[in-house]
Ligand binder design. Structure first.
Ligand code: ATP
Ligand code: MG
Length: 552
């Protein structure tokens, strides 16, 4: 029996709307502003909007909210489309708020004709002062009583480029004493002589968010317009404008935005990290961007599972990065091919193995037989991890030490016979002998060993550069700390080390996920070239920080 998940509050609303016949099908939208790359918070919104469309047999539009010409770029549009598709969703229509500029202009004219909008010549400061405060009603602008004819003429002149930026604005005529400050004659159009990424120089007036978003929803006949909690105070205006314009009654619903610890989530802050070179790019694997996570090796499925697990809340909270990493491990544990790589190498010489010979061993690719197997070469000298040998073993240490036996993964049992040290006492080589009857696939040795260690044949190993990532910030909520959030950057968030990896990895594909046995999950970075393999550590096998916290 599958467990029925209880409905979230938006699903309850939708089911009610479908049951009572308000709608026969639903239409949602994901409305990014193309002024940066998408982050994990957007992934939450994408999964929610597209998820609802899929669940209720409806559709979801991808609408670029491109009403602010100076901050938007085509590069961002392309990255957003790539990220949504990578997450596994298909939009019904790719739309742009800028495609509605003519329509929005006409809506503004309609409001003017209804005496519900006027041109205000006041400065931004004057408008702000006249707005009053939450405890004090505002006062009417001296331009509030302009005639319809004058307003129409001035608005047309604004459009024709007769005025400079800021010289005039169009305001909705609502209520200067409204308890909701957003209702005190909000600005709905402003002058901005700027080049737009799609409309070029066709326009020098642009609609404000509140006069573009709801109207775009309505033009598309969006049934459920889902946004984050900070838009609650905008809802009254959203409804007012739709009512006065007598257009399709889209409805706005708000849920809590996703906040995650040890990172920042606003595009403006992420842009600063890129521009000031605290990270290499928007898709730096330390970034909370979807592209950064993809490059780091996170799977789309693990991000979708994460978004599903955190649910849809009505109150803000801070989600633990550990939960996302848990979801990534859970998925990679099922999917990632198991391979061998040695990150802190020391040489192990198998003294009774024939010189200049090698043997191909069959190694399973994963926990599931369907993943198949491959061959890995063994020769007289192999690299093993330095921590897998102790000259004088600690208590309960079961790995290599003089006299002890371990199994080389998928190969033979070896017995340590000694080690060689340099003048400073550093171990430079370890020696052992192997037991020929103990070959993994045909073991007749009857010897039980307590440890299995991974290895890479020295003669066949490929060199690789490994990039180990840690949290980007030292504190849980850098945006909430005193001073600049960048003061809390973790300077040690990237560590680069050389390593030896098994030769099969020379054929690794960019982005393919691997478990380096006992070391964590890794994927080939796009910076790799034929003779320079670079692997990103996606996530460790276990949570290193949980251990730190327990230790205190
Ligand atoms: P940012 O503050 O990061 O710039 P934004 O809200 O300005 O984000 P938009 O491009 O306007 O970014 O957002 C597109 C959609 O994604 C909106 O519906 C927005 O509410 C939603 N969204 C943005 N950030 C989050 C978040 N952290 N959690 C959930 N949804 C989010
Ligand atoms: Mg926004």
């Amino acid at each position: 029996m599958t467990e029925e998940k209880s409905l979230n509050f938006i699903e309850e609303i939708i089911e009610e709307d479908l049951k009572n016949g308000k709608y026969t099908s639903i239409l949602t939208r994901f409305p990014p502003e193309p002024n940066g790359y998408l982050h994990i918070g957007h992934a939450k919104s994408i999964c929610l909007n597209f998820g609802l469309g899929l669940k209720y047999g409806g559709k979801t539009n991808l609408r670029f909210d491109d009403t602010n010409p100076t901050k938007e770029e085509t590069e961002y549009v392309d990255s957003i489309k790539e990220d949504v598709q990578w997450l596994g969703f298909n939009w019904a229509h790719e739309l742009y708020a800028s495609d509605y500029f003519d329509q929005l202009y006409n809506y503004a004219v309609t409001l003017i004709k209804k005496e519900l909008a006027y041109i205000d010549d006041s400065t931004a400061e004057e408008i702000a002062t006249m707005k009053g405060s939450p405890t004090q009603p505002g006062i009417a602008s001296p331009y509030r009583s302009r005639s319809v004819e004058e307003n129409l003429r001035l608005f047309a002149e604004m459009k024709d480029g007769k005025y400079r930026d800021g010289e005039k604005v169009l305001r909705a005529k609502v209520d200067m004493a409204a308890p909701n400050m957003h209702m005190r004659d909000p600005i709905i159009y402003r002058i901005k002589h700027a080049h737009h990424h799609r409309t070029g120089d066709a326009w020098c007036i642009y609609p404000m968010y509140d006069f573009a978003h709801g109207q775009s929803d309505s033009i598309e006949k969006i049934t459920h317009s889902i946004c984050t909690l900070e838009f609650i105070p905008h809802r009254e205006l959203y409804d007012w404008l739709i009512e006065k314009l007598e257009i399709f009654p889209s409805k706005q619903y708000e849920f809590a935005r996703l906040n995650m610890n040890y990172t920042v989530m606003s595009k403006r802050k992420l842009l600063q990290l890129v521009e000031e070179k605290h990270v290499s790019s928007w898709d730096d694997p330390r970034m909370p961007t979807i592209s950064g996570m993809r490059r780091r090796g996170y799977t789309a499925e693990s991000i979708r599972n994460f978004c599903d697990r955190i649910g849809v809340a009505k109150r803000e909270n801070l989600i633990d990065l550990g939960l996302l990493e848990f979801c990534v491990r859970e998925d990679l544990n099922k999917k990632a091919m198991r391979v061998m790589a040695v990150l802190d190498p020391v040489k192990l010489v198998i003294t009774n193995f024939p010189d200049n010979e090698s043997e191909q061993l069959t190694v399973e690719n994963g926990p599931d037989e369907s993943m198949g197997s491959r061959t890995v070469p063994l020769s007289k000298e192999v690299w093993i991890e330095r921590e897998d040998f102790m000259e004088v073993p600690a208590k309960k240490y079961f790995r290599l030490y003089p006299g002890n036996m371990v199994r080389l993964k998928s190969a033979y049992i070896v017995q340590c016979t000694g080690c060689t040290k340099d003048a400073e006492g550093n171990i430079t080589e370890i020696q052992c002998t192997y037991i020929p009857e103990s070959r993994s696939s045909s073991d007749t040795s009857n010897i039980n060993v307590k440890a299995t260690i991974h290895w890479v044949s020295a003669a066949h190993a490929a060199n690789a550069e490994i990039r180990l990532y840690d949290r980007l910030f030292k504190v849980e909520n850098p945006a909430d700390e005193d001073g600049d959030f960048k003061d809390y950057i973790n300077e040690d968030s990237l560590q680069t080390i050389p390593a030896y990896v098994e030769p099969s990895l020379k054929n690794a594909a960019v982005g393919a996920n691997y478990q380096f046995l006992r070391k964590g999950y890794f994927c080939l970075d796009k910076d790799s070239t034929a003779d320079r393999l670079i692997f990103n550590r996606t996530v460790t096998l276990k949570d290193a920080w949980a251990k730190e916290i327990k230790k205190g």
